[in-house]
Design a protein around this ligand. Structure first.
Ligand code: SAH
Ligand code: ZN
Ligand code: ZN
Ligand code: ZN
Ligand code: ZN
Length: 533
């Protein structure tokens, strides 16, 4: 029987109320699973069920937890499907074949050798995203190799590596410097001594840089990330190859113990988990994983501190607030807007040895309303009391004594709601008919008897937007969809106009990252044009 081919698109995002599209897919976590989930190259798969018009189908299937594009991992199995011994063996062989070329141990050994080399012999292959030892040079002769890799560069792998840009599986949105700096300062002000970085390679990097810098901080950091390329730059105690959608440690028990030891050190005192998952990711599997990490931390607690919670920063767009709070009711959403860097990053850019960063300060798309302040939908969700988290006045935040938290200047206290109600950084208006504050662009519609955009179609589609759950638009026109995509597109278009074409030789190398990078012809061409303009 054919697999439901369209399940991927619809898993893309969950709505504000966890609402699913008319033919979406939901993850199910059977409370008493009869059999363990089958394995794909990314660890245990997840059980999905197709949802049609709000009704759950009966036939469930297993698919990859990490890859939402079947091009990246095509695992598919009906829940009740029985596989022959031969097929199981073939699957096992495939899973083996997909593992990173080097073991964690080998990476560490190579790293140790690498730092002992004189500067002139320290090379990095941009195409394979790999640090090279003299024995490897020949194999990479034809590749774009950079030399003289300094210790400073080794300490900043997120600048040496190119961000993976595969939209569906692993889009790497690295923090802008200011946001990353803000986080590090905040963690240190709050007195944390250990940070478990789940999918935050740049934060990990900055914490470690500070710890080894002049004004030494004493914060330790452990990075858990699915991007295997990072294992070249860190010893076993500071990086684990990890899948946050199924809590899978690719290097088995030893890696799990590294994580456990880290969480339980000092009886669990002084540690915080910071995570910035891919935004397309499903909230529930993430919540399940975070609860497992919380449980691991709890095991190391003494009896008298059983009431305590593991401090967490979950970085995610504001329109997921409802969804996150369904799983973590004690979490609140801070008003601070975090920014990610936007790169135009393709293999060609890499061959040119340059990382193109789009400065969104210059771009009109990021300007919002009259204030002209650039906006980001990304917020921090946390169980730390918000009055302890001071937001910088230089960046436009103030303390609201009534709400006992820091909010953005535009976020005014509504005396009727008795709270600073804005969610998106703009000033919201109170509607007396709806008895709540609504977005500034909305007006009250007497036909629909709620507030909506002026040009909405009355009694229109009740399903609303799949991304933010609002009723006045569909997913394709959602203002909340990754703004960076739009910027990229706009910048490309703009540059295309000015561009002239140029030929470039392409030599394909064996890629080291096992999460694949998109290599589309059209994108390549656009990159040429961008680079040459
Ligand atoms: N803003 C962060 C990066 C966030 S991008 C920073 O600057 O540090 C999302 C990160 O999650 C990437 O590093 C990506 O490699 C990682 N990631 C994506 N899917 C993952 C998965 N299934 N398990 C673990 N990490 C994952
Ligand atoms: Zn997979
Ligand atoms: Zn109000
Ligand atoms: Zn209204
Ligand atoms: Zn929307």
């Amino acid at each position: 029987m054919a697999a439901p081919r369209d399940w991927l698109g619809t898993v893309e995002a969950e709505g504000i109320a966890g609402r699913q599209g008319s033919s979406g897919v939901e993850v199910v976590f059977p409370s008493d699973p009869a059999t363990p989930a089958p394995l794909c190259p990314h660890g245990p798969t997840l059980l999905f069920v197709k949802v049609n018009q709000g009704k759950k189908g009966t036939r469930r299937f297993y698919a990859c937890s990490a890859c939402r594009d079947r091009k990246d991992c095509n695992f598919f199995q009906w829940e009740d499907e029985k596989l022959s011994g031969a097929r199981l063996a073939a699957r096992e062989a495939h899973n083996q074949k997909c593992q990173p070329p080097l073991s964690r141990m080998q990476c560490v050994e190579r790293y140790v050798k690498f730092i002992e080399l004189p500067l002139s012999q320290r090379k990095f292959c941009k195409e394979c995203q790999q640090l090279l030892l003299p024995d490897d040079w020949e194999k990479h002769q034809e590749h774009r190799v950079v030399g003289d890799i300094s210790i400073t560069q080794l300490k900043r792998p997120s600048q040496l590596l190119y961000p993976l840009e595969n939209k569906k599986t692993n889009a790497q949105y690295l923090f802008a410097d200011r946001s990353c700096q803000f986080l590090v300062d905040l963690l240190s002000t709050l007195g944390f001594t250990r940070v478990l970085c789940v999918g935050t390679p740049r934060l990990h990097e900055l914490i470690r840089l500070k710890a080894s810098g002049e004004k030494k901080s004493n914060i330790k950091s452990l990075l858990l990330d699915i991007d295997f390329r990072y294992s070249q730059f860190y010893m076993e105690d500071s990086f684990c190859h990890y899948n946050m959608f199924n809590h899978h440690f690719f290097d088995g028990k030893a890696a799990l113990e590294v994580c456990r030891t880290f969480l339980q050190e000092d009886k669990g005192e002084g540690v915080i988990m910071v995570t910035d998952p891919p935004f397309g990711g499903l909230v529930e599997p993430l919540a399940v994983t975070f609860k497992k990490l919380i449980a691991m931390w709890k095991e190391g607690q003494s009896q008298d501190s059983s009431q305590k919670e593991l401090p967490i920063f979950w970085i995610f767009p504001y329109f997921f607030e409802f969804r996150i709070r369904q799983f973590f009711p004690s979490f609140c959403m801070l008003d601070y807007q975090l920014f990610h860097r936007t790169f135009i990053c393709v293999d060609e850019a890499m061959k040119y040895g340059c990382m193109l960063e789009v400065d969104y300060d210059n771009h009109a798309l990021y300007k919002h309303g009259k204030t002209g302040r650039k906006q980001s939908p990304v917020r921090i969700f946390t169980n730390i009391p918000p009055n302890k988290i001071i937001l910088p006045s230089e960046e436009g935040y103030r303390f609201c004594p009534l709400c006992q938290r820091y909010v953005s200047l535009e976020n005014q206290h509504c005396e009727h709601c008795n709270s600073c109600t804005s969610k998106d950084g703009r000033k919201w208006n109170h509607c007396f008919l709806c008895k709540k504050c609504v977005k500034p662009s909305w007006i009250h519609c007497s036909i629909c008897s709620h507030c909506a955009l002026p040009d909405h179609s009355c009694g229109g589609p009740k399903d609303g937007c799949f991304i933010c759950g609002e009723l006045d638009h569909k997913r394709s026109t959602c203002p909340n969809i990754a703004t960076s995509k739009k910027v990229n597109k706009a910048v490309r278009k703009q540059k295309q106009r000015k561009s002239n074409k140029m030929k470039m030789g392409t030599t394909k190398g064996q890629s080291m990252n096992h999460t694949s990078v998109t290599r589309k012809k059209s994108r390549r061409e656009r990159a040429h044009q961008y680079l040459c303009s």
